[in-house]
Design a binder for this molecule. Structure first.
Ligand SMILES: [Zn+2]
Length: 298
């Protein structure tokens, strides 16, 4: 098929990249420094080639290493008290950037990640919050149980293309439709009755074709109000400096109605920041998954 040939060429010439536009409202984006590449299926686990260990000596004492400290439970008991003004308006090509109400929406892109997304789901459960997950179809096969959890725990799916090719929006409606269909099919191969009512362009690089194809497939084109830029380690560093950046940005900029962009694929600093952000948000806003049946499309 033409599409598969195009994909093959692109795979050879393009690096996969996480989302990350320049600002919360501008659609063009710099390439991400972090490739979103799935682990090679050909890697060999060291354990699989290791020689059998000798039997332990009877003189060896049991390990006295202390068990790792459990993380401090989050205090998610606050009630909404924000007096900030409501976020309104639309993004590029009329895309959705706000919930249309006082509710705030957390959205996570580029997953599912078999390691990190379950940690995000655990935190959401601990805080009693729901979110929206924008999924790359190619990553589903490696994290099928994560897709099940997203569905069963009451969160909302969003299509984020098959493999995050940032130029896909310029390839014409037929290739866009084929890509988006493959991605929905991957999700529904795990959860056959999944509602997939949202689409988000990789990198926020929207085109009119994206929006019209998504609409014809029953999907709302979803941009964002706040971009945490949690992928931009060249600017914000890693570890505590990135964690602090994400926390400070969300706490400083979130309004009722904000759609917040974060990433769950290989972003442990984002997960750590959520331990602070979730209770903070819950004390000030109603935090929701976007409605599974979609919103008024642009
Ligand atoms: Zn993305």
């Amino acid at each position: 098929m033409i599409y598969l040939r195009v994909l093959a060429v692109l795979t050879a010439t393009l690096a996969l990249a996480a989302c990350g536009p320049q600002t919360s409202t501008v659609s063009r984006a710099a390439p991400s420094p972090t490739p979103s590449v799935s682990p090679s299926p050909f890697e060999v686990e060291p354990a699989a080639i290791a020689s059998p260990s000798p039997s332990p000596s009877p003189t060896v004492k049991p390990s006295t290493k202390p068990a790792p400290k459990p993380p401090t439970p989050m205090d998610c008991t606050g009630t909404a008290t924000s007096d900030r003004t409501q976020a309104t308006g639309t993004g590029p090509f009329g895309t959705v950037i706000a919930t249309g109400s006082m509710d705030v929406a957390l959205t996570f892109d580029d997953g599912p990640d078999p390691v990190n997304t379950p940690k995000v789901l655990d935190l959401l459960k601990q805080c009693g919050l729901k979110a929206t997950f924008c999924v790359n179809g190619i990553k589903v096969a490696n994290a099928r149980s994560v897709i099940e959890r997203i569905h069963n725990e009451g969160h909302t799916f969003c299509n984020h293309t098959w493999r995050h090719i940032r130029q896909l929006g310029s390839y014409g409606p037929d290739l866009i439709r084929e890509d988006l269909t493959m991605t929905n099919n991957a999700i529904r191969s795990v959860v056959p009755d999944a509602k997939i009512s949202y689409f988000r362009a990789p990198g926020g690089e929207w085109t009119a074709d994206y929006v019209s194809v998504a609409r014809s497939m029953g999907m709302t084109s979803l941009h964002w109000h706040l971009d945490t830029r949690d992928w931009e380690s060249s600017q914000y560093g890693k570890g505590s400096s990135m964690v602090n950046h994400i926390i400070n940005y969300v706490e400083g900029s979130c309004h009722p109605g904000s759609v917040i962009l974060m990433h769950d694929y290989q972003k442990p600093d984002t997960t750590e920041a959520l331990r602070t952000i979730m209770p903070w948000l819950k004390a000030r806003f109603s935090v929701v998954a976007l409605p599974r049946d979609g919103m008024a499309s642009p």
